[in-house]
Design a binder for this molecule. Sequence first.
Ligand code: HEC
Ligand code: HEC
Length: 459
Amino acid sequence: MHPVPFRKVIKMKRLLFGLAVIGLLGAAAPKPTPDPAVGKAAYESNCARCHGPTGAGDGLDAKRMSPMPRKLSEGVFKFRTTGSGTPPTDEDLFRTISTGLAGSRMPDFQRLPEEIRWQLVYYVKSLSTAFNDQKPEPVNLGTDPGPKKATVERGKELYGQLGCAACHGTAGRGDGPSAPTLVDNWGRPIRPADLTHGSAYRGGSSVKDIVARMMTGIDGTPMPSYADALSSPEDAWALATYIRSIQEKPNFQRVIEGVKGPAPLPSGPDDPAWGAAPATTLRLSSNLYREGEIQPTSVAGISVQALYNEKEILFRLAWNDPNESRESPPDAAALALIPDRRLKPKIGSLRSWPATPEAPALDLSLWQAIQAPAYEAVLKDFAQAAGAPEGGAVLESKASYAEGQWILLIKRPLAPAIPGGAALSPSRPTLIGVAVWNGGNGEQGRRRANSNWVDLVLK
Ligand code: HEC
Ligand code: HEC
């Protein structure tokens, strides 16, 4: 036996000390040993309604979802740290079950104890033969070379060179020329992610998560692995650093703050006066799911600003829409004001309005991407909004579409121009909601996306 050299002893001591510190800080508990009965029971009560009793993706709720609940028995997994076409690690599955998959119906199971989540990992593996003969190995993601080497400029260059824009669009908003043609392994249309919406990444939005996507691809979808195309780990990190840099920082608020603007309100979306108006981000959700529905809305959020003067208020709306639709059905947007706050309980959510034929009317400022003016009208249903409705008042508006984004300016008077309209005043807040239609999103029920009600306050 060789004596252990002195320097090594010190190193080992450091190592042991390090491990002890990690232990004290509460490192992840060791994985429990598999207990198939526990896994099965947890699966049946939490997963089977979507993934089906045997993991065939045929649960009772599965049909109406897009993307579909995975056929776990097939063994195809999207979000892995393992090579393209190979099964995920236990940790990958644990992450999916713990955090869920944003932008899909796969919920997070944070509420289940870790022990149970591990049993679910083992149970999911038992549903497919993909895990039988392979021991999943994570690919080497390298280490973050730091901001000096992994520069945003280099990453942007690679984004162009590697052809990411063909699917994700030049600005990353999911509007590339190939986007409308993409289909997943299960024959369903699939959209390239809007890379500017960090919160919608299913596999995590950190630089390291994105490196993992680059190096392993997203199996079952047209998104390939770039492990061979990226010539060095530094390049992978630079590209991911660039992608991270285009993620927008949403400002979710329950209030839209209108700010006093210059005497003539700005005539364009880039006027410096907009710098003074805080931008509120509103989440949009699609109308309720219906049987056979394939694609949920593709417009997930909208940024709203407002400037006003003595007589008028000008809104600036910006939202991402992967396709510009000016034909029938066109892209469209509506600002909905509740004429009297006391009506809110009768109206309910904008998502379900009008829930009954008796639901109160709303004051709508409506714009459509067609050669016709925007207008304000007090209506009992969005269905009455096609064409210019009787009794409506024409509004000034200006809209532009570029790189997957609409920017709309729409102006209305503070005092209602039509009977039954909402009166806006600095002395009290008004309830406002926003609806957006994506004309390119298939049949009627899927096109509209709605915000919650928030307060419009004139400062
Ligand atoms: C309400 C429906 C629903 C429930 C309940 C649900 N899932 Fe899912 N699950 C989905 C959908 C939809 C997807 C597909 C998402 C996608 O393709 O991006 C998915 C995908 C997955 C994936 C694939 C991940 C990957 O990397 O491709 C796994 C694993 C998974 N679910 C496990 C579970 C487990 C385990 C449970 C129960 C603890 C569960 N799911 C409960 C809807 C559901
Ligand atoms: C052939 C089309 C295509 C190309 C080319 C492509 N992607 Fe994708 N990408 C997709 C699709 C489709 C998805 C969505 C997958 C899904 O929803 O399951 C996606 C998703 C993503 C995601 C989100 C992953 C998550 O966690 O949700 C990132 C990040 C991404 N792509 C980055 C890139 C980068 C960077 C490139 C270029 C190196 C690239 N993609 C090239 C089609 C493509």
